[in-house]
Design a protein around this ligand. Structure first.
Ligand code: ROI
Length: 161
């Protein structure tokens, strides 16, 4: 079993409900146990002119292979009405593999760790609710290092969402 962290985001069609449905679907994946879910956090889109996002992180314990898990996550996104009209466009559901054990994955379809973890408060703060602060990325940086460099700005934490 490997510990995997999934970043979740939505800014269309009742985002909190989209995240709750996604959590439910993650809990039903084969070879996989849902080990935890962070609070939900609201923030403005990094791109102007889009609705606000709701984001959260889920922890999985899984025996799935990375690309198998990626296929399963994309199936969940599609089930929840994701339409890939434009890159970075608004979406009903986005599921990203943030970390997969201590693996470094560099394939055309999948790069892990997710390349923007460090810049994104809406990923780091929910991740920190589930992961140990001394968690190390494959490049040696700890979660604590990343948090120290990424202020908690513009995030609104929604407990029990
Ligand atoms: N902004 C926020 N706040 N949350 C996201 O998940 C998110 N995802 C994106 C872009 C459009 C970059 N902005 C975001 O893809």
């Amino acid at each position: 079993m490997e510990r995997i962290y999934i970043g979740m985001g939505s800014n269309l069609a009742d985002p909190a409900e989209q995240l709750r449905s996604a959590v439910e679907a993650l809990g039903q994946l084969s070879l996989t146990t849902l080990a935890g879910v962070s609070a939900f956090y609201q923030s403005d889109s990094l791109l102007p002119g889009q609705p606000r996002y709701t984001n959260a992180v889920a922890a999985l314990e899984s025996n799935m292979a990375p690309l198998e898990l990626l296929d399963a996550l994309q199936a969940i996104e599609n089930d929840q009405g994701r339409e890939r009209l434009e890159r970075w466009g608004p979406r009903t559901l986005d599921l990203d593999i943030l970390l997969f054990g201590d693996r470094l994955i560099d394939e055309p379809r999948l790069k892990v760790p997710h390349y923007q973890i460090q810049e994104r408060a809406f990923v780091l703060y929910p991740l920190a609710e589930l992961a140990p602060q001394d968690l190390r990325l494959p490049d040696g940086r700890t979660l604590n290092d990343l948090l120290a460099a990424c202020p908690f700005v513009g995030l609104e934490r929604i407990p029990h969402a």
